[in-house]
Design a protein around this ligand. Structure first.
Ligand SMILES: [Zn+2]
Length: 373
């Protein structure tokens, strides 16, 4: 508590803007103090909400382009939704003010803020423990600083607000409303522009010591001559098995052979994973090999993940899963050929049952529903 007071006093005296606290956060004791302040308030609000048995939660899916708010009931129905443009604001304060302004009319439609149990946010570079978004490269008002995002919404709405990254949100969404309902051990893998993961062990989301656990997209699959990844390292799973990785594989295959392919009619730089899956569905041999390569590597990665926490299932979500068996068959084959004998045949491989457009909002709302401090 003493640390909390020191932090509050320093902040007051120096007149520091919330979103530019990062230089202060180099001190571990102050990080601790800030988490303590936020979690204490979160806990109080959560208790109030539980006592009054409020029926709905708010989910916010904060993407690089759109910020989508939804109000969700206990069965996972999105009753109301609205959105604002993420990048249209120069500061986090402006964004939060605009968000609350957009949100309140739909909150009123369901009976007002007293009907809201809490708000969950799925956002890139977010930290569940202290409620911040830090150095998010694709969000203009958060790419050079630490934004106390959850606290800003909580102060405005007077409901508990929790935040985590979008893959963790997806995992919580599946656990609450989707194919992982009732499961206590599973790994969610999101296959979009990048590869994300959310790990659930013994019914609990794994956040790790710093809130950043579960970056399975950045396990290194190729130690030699690996592709450069967006994280700056080489050979990461994400550089191969994301949607952009699939397009890169297609370009590589086209560039290293003269094999005929439907993809040769296209500008190589414009090829997307969807083009590859369409060509594969027409029997294009090169495109089929791209999916075989991608699925096999994902299966090999899952075999390694299995040794870590023995999940009951791997649940996949995202654009690449639309390829269906083109991806899943080589994935399961790659897994079975590489997994430790004691795990063979045990894991299920599932594709998310949640509707793509609403899944991120549902996942975000599930953060508020599932998490106890
Ligand atoms: Zn990486």
């Amino acid at each position: 508590m003493a640390n909390s007071i020191i932090f509050a006093e320093n902040k007051l005296r120096l007149g520091i803007r919330n979103e530019c606290l990062h230089f202060i956060l180099l001190s571990p004791c102050i990080i601790f103090a800030r988490e303590t302040i936020y979690q204490t308030k979160y806990h109080q609000l959560k208790m109030e909400a539980q006592i009054t048995r409020r029926p709905y939660t708010i989910g916010l899916d904060l993407g690089g382009t759109n910020a989508v708010f939804g109000i969700v009931d206990a069965q996972g129905n999105i009753l109301e939704h609205t959105s604002i443009k993420t990048q249209q604001y120069s500061t986090a304060e402006d964004f939060v003010n605009a968000g609350v302004e957009a949100l309140m009319p739909i909150v009123d439609k369901v009976g007002g803020i007293n009907k809201i149990e809490g708000m969950g946010i799925g956002a890139p570079n977010s930290n569940f423990y202290d409620g911040t978004i830090a150095y998010a490269p694709n969000i203009s008002w958060a790419h050079e600083c630490v934004v106390p995002f959850a606290k800003m919404f909580s102060d405005k709405l007077s409901v508990p607000v929790a935040i985590t990254n979008d893959a963790n949100a997806a995992a919580l969404g599946e656990m609450t409303y989707g194919v992982a309902r009732g499961m206590k051990n599973f790994i969610m893998i999101t296959l979009g522009t990048g590869v994300g993961a959310g790990i659930v062990i013994n019914g609990q989301m794994v956040y790790g010591s710093d809130g950043m656990a579960g970056e399975l997209g950045h396990v290194i699959m190729r130690r030699e001559n690996g592709r450069t990844c967006g994280c700056g390292r080489k050979g990461c799973l994400e550089a191969y098995c994301s949607a952009t990785g699939v397009a890169r594989t297609a370009r590589e295959f086209l560039g290293t052979s003269n094999e005929p392919s439907l993809l040769r009619d296209m500008n190589p730089e414009e090829i997307t994973s969807l083009d590859v899956s369409k060509a594969a569905a027409k029997g294009d041999a090169l495109s089929l090999r791209v999916y075989e390569f991608t699925g096999k590597m994902l299966g090999e990665a899952c075999a390694d993940f299995m040794t870590f926490c023995s999940p009951e299932a791997f649940v996949f979500f995202g654009g690449l899963t639309k390829a269906g068996d083109l991806l899943m068959k080589p994935l399961i084959k790659g897994y079975e050929e590489n997994v430790l004998g004691i795990f063979r045949g045990k894991a299920k491989f599932l594709v998310s049952s949640l509707d793509g457009a609403g899944a991120a909002v549902l996942g975000a709302s599930a953060i508020a529903k599932n998490i106890e401090h």
